[in-house]
Design a protein around this ligand. Structure first.
Ligand SMILES: [Zn+2]
Ligand SMILES: [Zn+2]
Length: 302
């Protein structure tokens, strides 16, 4: 997203003389920074169309990128020239959440599009975007930034949050964007601690309690998919962290949890990670959630 914004600023910048290492103050860059540029739009899962009565927006709120949003922000706009800049840019964040209809509706626009209209799809796994869209795009692959680099960037940006940053970095391998989101989310730390406590409890409970937990997950999944997926991610990251436990920072709160599971052997932990990956994968391909969670729980190696 940062790159997409910087790129949009660069191609629309109105100050040729400006030093590109500094923050440019020209009207175009300034408006993009403030997300107030008429030719720069970001579409997210949470984006709604301008029709306040739109049934589609209300019924699938936040679950996918809807066709009405695509139609309003891309297809209609593609007929007009940029308002104040050289290029009109639309960035689709998490493009894997484009609904099937949304993807299909884009195909014709992508073919006929003017050279001064850019659509940027941001996506983590290219395979989550349909082949028909990929074939109409130019692909830029970004390498993952190393944990060390992310750590340095975050420390420079948030010098007073050293402890929080260490905690985030010690837990799995977040991307730079994920790590910044976590830092800026006040309930993140609290919620994560709570999930961790629950995981340890479940891990050490009899099968009947474990199956109850599985039921809770599938109920919650119906209401709030993202939260359950996040919980699975925390499970996964916890096991991944245990695999690398020898360099764990002793000051972390998670260390007490780690000690509980630390004695388990690596093979078991790897099997648990595979177990979670396959649960995530099955959910992605719309398997029945209750079966997925039961399977996950039953196959958990303790
Ligand atoms: Zn500028
Ligand atoms: Zn709508």
């Amino acid at each position: 997203m940062s790159l997409a914004k910087d790129f949009s600023k660069l191609i629309n910048c109105q100050d040729d003389s400006s030093d590109k290492d500094k923050i440019c103050k020209c009207i175009s860059c300034d408006k993009i920074n403030n997300l107030a540029h008429p030719d720069f739009t970001i579409i997210e899962r949470s984006s709604m169309c301008s029709d306040t009565k739109c049934v589609s927006c209300k019924s699938t709120k936040g679950q996918q990128i809807r066709e009405c949003v695509i139609s309003e922000n891309i297809i209609s706009k593609s007929r007009f020239k940029p308002f104040m800049s050289n290029y009109k840019v639309v960035v689709i964040n998490q493009a894997n959440y484009l609904s099937k209809v949304s993807s299909e509706s884009l195909l014709k626009t992508l073919e006929d599009i003017d050279s001064n209209f850019l659509i940027i799809f941001l996506i983590e796994n290219l395979s989550d975007l349909t082949e028909t869209i990929i074939s109409r795009c130019q692909i830029w692959k970004l390498n993952k930034i190393s944990n060390q680099n992310i750590l340095e960037i975050l420390l420079e940006k948030y010098p007073d949050r050293e402890k929080d940053i260490a905690e985030i970095m010690s837990f799995g391998s977040p991307t730079l964007g994920e790590a910044s989101d976590m830092l800026n989310d006040p309930i993140f730390f609290e919620e994560r601690q709570e999930v961790l406590r629950r995981i340890v409890k479940i891990f050490n409970s009899p099968m009947s309690d474990k199956l109850n937990y599985s039921k809770e997950l599938s109920l919650l999944y119906r209401k709030d998919k993202e939260r359950v997926l996040n919980e699975l991610r925390i499970w996964k990251n916890l096991f991944r962290k245990i695999l690398r436990a020898e360099d764990a920072d002793e000051n972390l709160e998670t260390i007490s949890i780690l000690k509980l599971i630390k004695e388990k052997n690596k093979l078991k932990i790897k099997k648990n990670i595979e177990n979670i990956l396959s649960a995530e994968n099955n959910l992605k391909f719309n398997a029945i959630p209750s079966l997925v969670f039961d399977n996950f729980i039953i196959n958990l190696e303790v």
